[in-house]
Ligand binder design. Structure first.
Ligand code: IMP
Ligand code: MG
Length: 182
């Protein structure tokens, strides 16, 4: 099976993703001029986005990663978030930029905001590639948003369905029969 044969529609092309990264990188560079940034990637979904985004950020960056679980293999959140891999250093006096693939119900990022704020960083901002506001369950807004999208289950460019499709180079809408069949 090829990955792309299960994709019904290309939602955001590689060229559009490149434009998004350029725009967000310029915005972040301007906002953090003269500072050092501590970029926190939320594994695994933010991997591809973060790798591209940081190359458009022209201030010194430290990188670290954490991982949370809440989804299982389904297409909507269970509502319970757990930190399953933590950062490796203290956050005191750091300017944090949390990078996420998608802001959906908001449960994940609001959990991370609470957890990381409690460690007293100097500042904390959220950057998400995609925002699906239709499904929000908690009141949370990202400071940097790549694109707002409709309520469709999408994959690619880091985002998965049952751990697959992360290596698709664009964002696509999965054909519903792919997950309805399971
Ligand atoms: P939230 O806690 O509901 O905001 O969910 C955020 C997480 O859900 C993201 O980090 C993704 O891993 C996952 N997620 C939400 N919507 C999608 C989607 O359309 N495709 C793939 N993963 C998604
Ligand atoms: Mg994720």
């Amino acid at each position: 099976m090829s990955l792309s044969e299960n994709i019904g529609e290309v939602l955001i092309s590689e060229a559009e993703l490149a434009e998004i990264n350029k725009r967000l990188g310029a915005q972040i560079t301007a906002d953090y001029e003269g500072k050092n940034l501590f970029v926190v990637g939320v594994l695994k979904g933010s991997l591809v986005f973060m790798a591209d985004l940081i190359r458009h950020i022209d201030v010194p960056c430290e990188l670290d990663f954490l991982s949370v679980s809440s989804y299982g293999d389904g297409t909507s959140t269970s509502g319970e978030v757990q930190l399953i891999k933590d950062l490796t250093c203290p956050l005191k006096d750091k300017d944090l930029l949390v990078v996420e693939d998608i802001l959906d119900s908001g449960v994940t990022l609001s959990f991370l905001l609470d957890t990381l704020s409690a460690r007293h960083p100097r500042s904390i901002r959220l950057c998400t590639l995609l925002d699906k506001p239709a499904r929000r369950r908690v009141d949370i807004h990202a400071d940097y948003v790549g694109a707002e999208i409709e309520d469709k289950f999408i994959v690619g460019y880091g985002l998965d369905y049952a751990q697959k499709y992360r290596n698709l180079p664009y964002i696509g809408v999965l054909k519903p029969e792919v997950y309805e069949a399971e």
